[in-house]
Design a binder for this molecule. Structure first.
Ligand code: SAH
Length: 209
């Protein structure tokens, strides 16, 4: 059954408690079909992740909206995403904050994300190919860091690249993952809160070692 964008917003987002009008508007602005391969386009607003090739996925719309709502982004925020994938989540975040940096470990996916973002007319996302474990030191510190691939532990360099008062949101764990929200209260004070259970692809590279 074909699901429209408005149905996705009503049933999957508002129906499950997403209330932030800025997040709902961002989800309404982005055409998810521009970010998914042709063979799954008919499932564009399906209530779940979709395959984008190479064993990777585009996140479920609800999870993208939920994570954006938790981060409470401001227009002036500088955000780092680890795991660009096809660029969809970055496109949504780009509606909420003025600068999004995003790192993808698979080179052809990073190239495709760049093309997708261009097609969508989005100019405030900068991507690069690399291992997100090390973060993006040249662009740090960040107001918010979001991981869309799951490490067993939060990489230390990422915590260090948060501003004081900044938030890091990540799925943490091996098979079953908890969405974990870390707030940097002071230079050496990180507060951790566990949110819902989620299922993301595992983080590769240094995080696997
Ligand atoms: N943000 C995407 C979700 C992509 S799935 C969306 O909008 O739907 C997670 C992505 O993380 C995959 O593309 C995977 O290749 C990438 N990834 C895995 N480990 C990584 C690492 N160490 N550094 C950067 N990207 C990584």
């Amino acid at each position: 059954m074909y699901i429209t964008k408005e149905e996705m917003i009503e049933n999957q987002l508002k129906g499950r408690g997403i209330k932030d009008s800025k997040v709902l508007d961002a989800m309404r602005k982005i055409d998810r079909s521009l970010f998914i391969p042709d063979d799954v386009k008919e499932h564009t607003y399906k209530d779940g992740p979709l395959p984008i090739g190479g064993g990777q996925t585009i996140s479920q719309p609800y999870i993208v909206a939920y994570m954006a709502e938790i981060l409470k982004l401001s227009p002036k925020d500088k955000v780092l995403e680890i795991g660009t994938g096809c660029g969809y989540n970055a496109a949504v975040l780009a509606q909420l904050s003025e600068k999004i940096y995003s790192i993808e470990i698979i080179d052809w996916l990073e190239e495709r994300a760049r093309e997708n973002l261009k097609k969508a007319g989005i100019e405030n996302v900068e991507t690069k190919q690399g291992d997100g474990y090390e973060g993006w030191p040249e662009k740090a510190p960040f107001d918010a860091i979001i991981l869309t691939a799951a490490p067993a532990f939060i990489p230390k360099p990422l915590k260090q690249q948060l501003k004081t008062g900044g938030k890091l949101l990540a799925p943490v764990g091996k098979t079953s993952q908890r969405l974990s929200l870390i707030t940097r209260k002071a230079e050496n004070n990180f507060q951790e809160e566990n949110l819902l259970l989620v299922s993301f692809v595992p983080m590769k590279g240094e995080a696997e070692k």
